[in-house]
Design a protein around this ligand. Structure first.
Ligand code: CDP
Length: 242
C-alpha cells in the first residue's frame, strides 16, 4: 500500500513555510523560519577580520553554528550533548558551505559573517530550514551593511534554498516531517542555487539501497520544492520593514 502522509499532503507538497524577519534586535539579520512544526531561529552577525588562512587575501568568510535547544524535541536533550555531537558538527558545516555558495567573498571583503541556527522546535528538516531561513537572514544582514555604508555593493551572487525528500514505500515524498523521516527508507537533503545548480546533496539509504532512477525522481521533487521555497524567500524579502 502506498504511504499515506500524516497531514494529508500531496507527495510533492511542502509544509506551510513562514519567515519572520527582524525577529531579534541585535543581529544584522534575524529570521524565525517555520516549516510546518519545525522552527529555527537564524541570525547573522558580522565581525571584522577573517580566519588566519584568509588574512591579507581581501576575501571575506562565512561560518555557521547549529544547535537544537534542549526542549526542541519530545524528550529533553542536555545542552552539553547537543554541543559535542557529530550530528551537530555535520549540520553546521553543511549550513556554512551552503550559504558560502551565495556570496562573492571578494566583494564581502575581510569580514566574517556567522550564521547561528538555533532549533526551537524539531519536526525533521531542521538543517534544510536552517539553510533556507539562513539565506533570508543573510540577505537582511547584507542590507544592513549596505545601509550603514560598510558595503557599497552586494556580495550576494546566488539565492540558496534547501529541502528534504525521502523514499517511503519506494516513492519520493517532499519535506518529510518526523514521523515520515523515521519511517523513510532513504533520506535525502538537497541544496540548490537559483540556477538550479547543485550545491550539496546528502543522501542516505537507511534500509537497503536506492536506485539511480529513484535518485532522479527524488531530485525532481526536490527541485520543484526548492523553486517554491525560493519564491517564498523572495516574497518575504520584498516585505517592507517598519
Ligand atoms: O532535522 P534534520 O532532518 O535535518 O536532521 P536528522 O538528523 O535527520 O533528524 C531528523 C529529526 O529527528 C530531527 O529534526 C528531530 O525531529 C529528530 N531528532 C531528535 O528528535 N533528536 C535527535 N538527537 C536528532 C534528531
Amino acid at each position: 500500500m502506498a504511504w499515506q502522509r500524516p497531514d494529508g499532503r500531496q507527495p510533492d507538497e511542502l509544509r506551510p513555510v513562514r519567515f519572520e524577519r527582524h525577529f531579534t534586535r541585535y543581529a544584522a539579520g534575524s529570521v524565525l523560519a517555520h516549516s510546518g512544526n519545525t522552527c529555527v531561529l537564524c541570525t547573522v552577525t558580522v565581525q571584522p577580520g577573517v580566519p588566519k588562512f584568509l588574512e591579507g587575501s581581501g576575501q571575506g568568510w562565512l561560518t555557521a553554528e547549529y544547535r537544537m535547544l534542549p526542549a526542541a524535541t519530545l524528550q529533553r536533550q542536555p545542552r552539553e550533548f547537543m554541543k559535542l555531537s557529530g550530528r551537530t558538527q555535520e549540520i553546521q558545516r553543511l549550513i556554512g558551505r551552503s550559504l558560502r555558495a551565495a556570496l562573492d567573498m571578494k566583494v564581502l571583503g575581510e569580514r566574517t559573517l556567522t550564521i547561528d541556527a538555533d532549533v526551537l522546535q524539531a519536526d525533521a528538516g531542521t538543517r534544510t530550514a536552517s539553510i533556507t531561513g539562513g539565506f533570508v537572514a543573510l540577505s537582511d544582514a547584507i542590507d544592513t551593511l549596505l545601509q550603514s555604508g560598510e558595503l557599497t555593493s552586494s556580495p550576494i551572487r546566488h539565492q540558496i534554498a534547501a529541502v528534504s525528500v525521502g523514499l517511503l514505500d519506494g516513492e519520493p515524498f517532499l519535506d518529510l516531517d518526523y514521523t515520515e523521516d523515521a519511517a523513510a527508507t532513504t533520506d535525502f537533503n538537497v541544496v540548490l542555487n537559483d540556477e538550479l545548480g547543485l550545491i550539496e546533496l546528502q543522501g542516505t539509504a537507511e534500509e537497503g539501497s536506492f536506485t539511480r532512477a529513484q535518485l532522479d525522481r527524488m531530485l525532481d521533487v526536490a527541485e520543484k520544492g526548492i523553486k517554491t521555497l525560493m519564491q517564498l524567500q523572495r516574497q518575504a524579502l520584498q516585505q517592507p520593514h517598519s
